[in-house]
Design a binder for this molecule. Structure first.
Ligand SMILES: Nc1ncnc2c1ncn2[C@@H]1O[C@H](COP(=O)(O)OP(=O)(O)OP(=O)(O)O)[C@@H](O)[C@H]1O
Ligand SMILES: [Mg+2]
Length: 303
């Protein structure tokens, strides 16, 4: 009887333990179910959030694209509208200046030449702005051809010679044998060089300006490296990161002292990139500046 009682007692304990275990299992299952439901809710919420953020981003991008396209159109139209009357101003300015010179009215001829100079400056500015818009909109086509560097350098130095003489600077050109020709867009290369040289002439007095061309192997590809080095006023280290941005000049006194709008280097960098390279600068105030740009020496002609 004792044994039976003991067994019964044990059975009751086992039963209680089983019931407890079942209750425990049930409560855990319920907790798991709750957790799962919460997770599903969070997931759905996150998915909704991601979808709505993606839509917002897409909308912002569309708007930015649209604004950019509108701006490009605006600049293109405005440039065209400005160029037509400007050409008339320049044309008549030239005639007037010649007539006044012929009449020996030197003072008046001088005034007419100033009108002419301002008109020509505005045309250059408009062209720079338009080119910049085109490169940024990916609309600037390039024509690859074989370009001999020596004649191109001489041509650009010929154009720049009044600027060179204005500040009594000397120009030296050095072309390595391995870099005598390059396959690139000659108009754009001329433009890059012209911008760099005109800066060098502007910011250097009684100094030396050097153009050095050499070939360099980078990875698997050969690059043409062109350096424009001057012994001019230089650029302070804190101003260096800014100078390639559009409308950026080293500091507020530059435009007062030297003129310009700060578009030249922005366009120059874009053009270097469009030709498959880039540009960098090193400079020391009071010592001079060293601009260095590179483009592929021998890119496939069909690209
Ligand atoms: N060779 C240089 N020596 C010293 N400072 C330079 C030189 N080249 C550029 N800079 C600095 O970088 C700035 C930006 O040059 P960038 O050619 O873009 O503009 P800019 O010459 O002032 O005007 P723009 O070229 O539009 O007529 C210049 O204003 C000048 O402060
Ligand atoms: Mg400039």
């Amino acid at each position: 009887m004792d044994t039976i009682d003991a067994l019964r007692h044990r059975l009751a304990r086992v039963d209680r333990a089983r019931q407890e275990a079942e209750r425990y299992a049930e409560s855990k299952t319920r907790a798991l179910y709750e957790a799962n439901r919460e997770l599903t809710e969070i997931k759905e919420h996150l998915e909704e959030l991601v979808a709505s953020r993606t839509a917002e981003l897409q909308e912002a991008r569309d708007l930015a694209d649209h604004t950019n396209a509108t701006k490009t159109m605006f600049v293109a139209t405005l440039s065209h509208e400005l160029r037509t009357p400007l050409n008339a101003i320049i044309g008549y300015g030239e005639m007037l200046s010649e007539d006044l010179t012929a009449l020996e009215l030197e003072d008046l001829a001088h005034d007419a030449q100033r009108v002419l100079g301002a008109g020509n400056y505005l045309i250059l500015l408009i062209n720079d702005l338009l080119d910049l818009e085109k490169v940024e909109a990916g609309e600037l086509g390039i024509n690859l051809e074989e370009v001999a560097l020596d004649p191109l350098f001489r041509e650009v130095s010929e154009i720049i010679s009044p600027d060179l003489a204005a500040n009594r600077n000397r120009l030296e050109i050095e072309i390595a044998d391995t870099a005598s020709t390059v396959i690139t867009d000659s108009t754009r290369l001329r433009q890059i060089l012209h911008n760099l040289l005109s800066n060098a002439c502007k910011f250097t007095h009684d100094g030396l300006i050097k153009i050095v061309a050499l070939a360099e192997l980078r990875g698997e590809s050969l690059y043409l490296i062109i350096e424009v080095i001057d012994t001019g006023i230089g650029i302070a280290p804190e101003d260096l990161p800014r100078i390639f941005a559009r409308f950026a000049q080293a500091n507020a006194t530059i435009s007062r002292r030297f003129g310009g709008t700060g578009l030249g280097l922005a366009l120059t960098r874009r053009l270097c990139q469009r030709l498959g390279g880039d540009i960098s600068v090193a400079s020391k105030p009071g010592v001079g500046s060293h601009f260095r740009f590179w483009i592929p020496l021998d890119p496939p002609l069909e690209s």
